[in-house]
Design a protein around this ligand. Sequence first.
Ligand SMILES: [Zn+2]
Length: 100
Amino acid sequence: MNSGHGERHNRHCHHCGRPVRDTTHTRADYSVDYYGLHTGDVEPVQLQNRDDGESTTILRLVRPYEVFTCVECYRKASVQDERERLFRPELAEASTAKSN
Ligand SMILES: [Zn+2]
């Protein structure tokens, strides 16, 4: 992920809302202020399989966007959870379905 050079920095943490800074590099080290995650809104689409007549539900990406998480929020377990769900929405659905 090496894009964003020369763009305006108008990013905020998705969880606490604070503005996040770009990663700064020094000679010896670098400091990361946020983590980016590419995700998006998805909608389930039913696909009918012509061969066996079974239908499958797939998730179609309808609106991609990027989520930013500041380093403080990144350490929280609840935020890790949320990122996990954002990244793989189909897993979140599966885990709610098997609750018994
Ligand atoms: Zn935050």
